[in-house]
Design a protein around this ligand. Structure first.
Ligand SMILES: [Zn+2]
Length: 314
């Protein structure tokens, strides 16, 4: 079940039910047991996977999370309460956990955001997963802290964008970088506004992409999919893809007023889109970014937002 990556790092692939998706957990061996990075989604299958691993004699010392999205924090509460393992999250992650406990409030905000931007219809019942956030972590970390993962010292690097509380962990001597969902090999990480707050995550993501370039890495451990990638090249590819998407969107905005959803439908083929809401979120975060750099502006009428290209007045 465990795939050996280095002499002391192992990868555990946890399937997400119902889809083709999977999450990677990593186990770093140390004298006091294994440190687990990310737990996978809360599901029967994931629980079975972890029980099998633990039954094989693996002792878990602690769990550390890259960010608090459901598919990463999902089994942390179970680890704490059932396996008696301490959980470590970023201070910012704890703030996200507090929001996550209020599923209703989160749903209402997201619904409002979608309506405001002409977005896709909101599913009537959002799955209530608030219980996965309902525990008190045992320890917190911040930017530029040093965490002991296994026997090794890892630097914490704050990389907001995919999630506001996202962290990468870096082992300088061994040149190991845990990138979580900041960089993925096969897909570009989704940059969205899942709590319904209108922030500028794409701006943060660009900054976080640049930040990671200061850390030369030979072993890159991603939160999903394969992890044999060249970090520098992949960062460059993802950046160029975003640049291209921004240019494309700007051409579509043009001189006519359009909602985020109008633009999303012009650009994406919804019938093949993996998730109904992801293309919309990608479009909206790009629009917010373009607005912040003065390329487009918005007009609000009857609670709806329309975007238009900025005209150069000479
Ligand atoms: Zn995520």
């Amino acid at each position: 079940m465990l795939i050996q990556i280095t002499d002391n790092i192992f990868k555990l692939v946890i399937l997400i039910p119902g889809g083709m998706r999977e999450v990677n957990s990593y186990l770093i061996k140390g004298d006091a047991g294994y440190t687990v990075i990310d737990t996978g989604l809360y599901s029967k299958e994931a629980l079975e996977t972890w029980k099998t691993v633990l039954d094989s004699g693996i002792v878990v010392e602690k769990v550390v999370l890259t960010h608090t999205h459901q598919d990463h924090i999902g089994l942390a509460k179970w680890f704490q309460e059932t396996v008696n393992v301490p959980i470590f999250v970023a201070k910012l992650g704890y703030e996200e956990m507090l929001k996550g406990r209020k599923t209703d409030a989160r749903g209402i905000k997201l619904k409002e955001l979608l309506i405001k931007h002409g977005g896709p219809k909101f599913p009537n019942h959002m799955k209530d997963d608030s219980f996965i956030y309902d525990f008190e972590p045992d320890g917190f970390f911040e930017e530029n802290d040093v965490l002991k993962l296994g026997n090794d010292r890892y630097e914490t690097i704050w990389t907001p964008g995919h999630a506001p509380d996202h962290y990468c962990f870096y082992q300088r001597e061994k040149r190991v970088m845990m990138v979580g969902d900041h960089i993925l090999k096969n897909i570009s990480p989704v940059i969205g506004l899942w709590t319904g707050e209108e922030l500028n995550p794409l701006k943060e993501y660009y900054q976080s992409l640049a930040k990671i370039k200061d850390y030369p890495a030979e072993i890159v451990l991603t939160g999903h999919g394969e992890n044999d990638l060249n970090l520098d090249n992949r960062v460059q590819e993802i950046k160029e893809r975003h640049d291209y998407r921004l240019k494309q969107l700007l051409e579509h905005v043009n001189d006519q007023e359009k909602t985020a959803n109008d633009l999303c439908e012009e650009i994406y083929d919804r019938s093949t889109a993996y998730s109904f809401i992801s293309p919309f979120m990608a479009t909206l975060t790009r629009l917010i970014y373009l607005e912040s750099i003065g390329e487009i502006h918005r007009r609000e009428e009857n609670g709806k937002v329309f975007f238009k290209k900025m005209k150069l007045e000479l």
